[in-house]
Ligand binder design. Structure first.
Ligand SMILES: [Zn+2]
Ligand SMILES: [Zn+2]
Length: 140
């Protein structure tokens, strides 16, 4: 059973519940309480929901595969993959954390090796939609 020691991206309880349960963690007013009490309770609920949870370094063990960010010394999960085309409809796929991936468009990211090549070839730093239509831009 592999173990991974990493530092998860800070998240809020709201985001965590949305990702885990696929629904919003909204406060449901209690009819037994008065209006003012419900307003107070909702405010406390929302404050708790939006609190940033930074778990620091954690260890996860289990039957799953996890990619770590490829940047040396980085202990975050490689949530994003480099989208640089490598031919035969394959992409570079180097895993990077949101802090180390270079965003070039909506849900399009490049690794620190391919980003400078992209900027040089495409002459822009961000493009939408993909693939770019500039002459000399990387082709899939
Ligand atoms: Zn990283
Ligand atoms: Zn790459």
């Amino acid at each position: 059973m592999p173990c991974y020691r990493y530092r998860p991206e800070p998240t809020t309880q709201r985001q965590a519940i949305r990702e885990l349960c696929g629904r919003e963690n909204e406060y449901v007013p209690d009819p037994k309480l008065g209006e003012a009490n419900n307003v107070r309770r909702k405010a406390a609920w929302d404050a708790k929901n939006d609190e940033v949870i930074d778990q620091g370094l954690i260890t996860m063990c289990g039957d799953f595969e996890m990619s770590m960010c490829h940047e040396s010394g980085c202990d975050r999960e490689g949530l994003l993959l480099c989208d640089w085309p490598m031919g035969r409809s394959k992409t570079c796929d180097l895993p990077l954390c949101p802090g180390h991936a270079r965003e070039i468009g909506d849900d399009r990211h490049l690794c620190p090796i391919h980003h400078p090549m992209w900027v040089k070839q495409a002459g822009v730093t961000r493009i939408n939609p993909w693939p770019p239509r500039n002459i000399g831009a990387p082709r899939k």
